[in-house]
Design a protein. Structure first.
Length: 251
């Protein structure tokens, strides 16, 4: 997870890319993008560049889609290295070493994590706090959104897999709310923000002791949310199944 972007930034793949460019003489033989993270950095700094700006492939057929560290300008390379280092924050959690809950007295537990997401305007650093009581599973998070040179703030809160009864059937439910100030038009260079938010609900219906059917409703304004494919306003309904997996003894 974290070694891949850092390898892109150090040029570990540049020799392999040169060999592939020489060998892949037809468009059908080539990967769609090449190294994901160096290509991500190249495009971040050129949001208005036409696709043809990638240049002609050395074979003379098609575009030169593969971008390695050697193709990045110094500021692009610095940004990629920073992003790669920030992904190490994903290990900043007791859960990374198997500690899934921290006791807080009788029947109360807590835990925390930090997640870093790369996205179309830069990245999001998301510290999270989890609290379990005898009746509720609570979540709260802060989002620190960053584009090239500016930071923006968001907040996130949820109830996760809390039990309730409907028509005599015990169900589980999630409710999540987010508010944010993100870069205007999700732009990499802007210093102006745009306020938005989302709300989502999910119900788990037990089919048996280990399988649950799910239905989820999600509504959001314009903006970026990890895992949501829509940047504009959207309302989504999703159906699915979830399998229960027993937690290791003693955790």
């Amino acid at each position: 997870m974290s070694s891949y972007p850092r390898s892109d930034a150090t040029g570990d793949y540049d020799t392999e890319l040169a060999e592939r460019k020489g060998a892949e003489t037809t468009v059908a033989e080539r990967d769609f993008t090449g190294p994901d993270y160096s290509g991500w950095a190249w495009h971040l700094f050129k949001p208005d560049a036409p696709y043809a700006a990638m240049g002609e492939h050395p074979s003379g057929t098609g575009l030169d889609r593969y971008k390695g560290a050697g193709d990045l300008a110094p500021q692009e390379l610095r940004f990629l290295k920073r992003a790669g280092n920030l992904l190490m924050l994903n290990y900043a959690s007791p859960m990374s070493v198997g500690a899934y809950r921290i006791p807080l007295g009788r029947s109360h537990y807590a835990n925390f994590a930090v997640r870093t997401f790369l996205n179309g305007f830069g990245y999001d650093i998301n510290p999270e706090l989890y609290l379990k009581t005898p009746r509720l599973n609570l979540y709260a998070g802060v989002h620190s959104y960053h584009n090239h040179n500016h930071g923006f703030l968001g907040f996130d809160a949820a109830l996760r897999k809390n039990a309730f009864t409907n028509a005599g059937k015990e169900l589980l439910g999630d409710v999540r709310m987010m508010v944010w100030d993100q870069p205007r038009n999700l732009a990499f260079e802007t210093d102006r923000g745009s306020v938005g938010g989302s709300i989502a609900g999910k119900i788990y219906y037990p089919a048996n002791d280990w399988l649950l059917g799910t239905v989820e409703l999600d509504a959001k304004s314009r903006g970026w949310v990890a895992g949501n494919p829509f940047h504009d306003e959207s309302v989504s309904v999703r159906l699915g199944v979830t399998m229960k997996v027993a937690r290791p003894a003693g955790t």
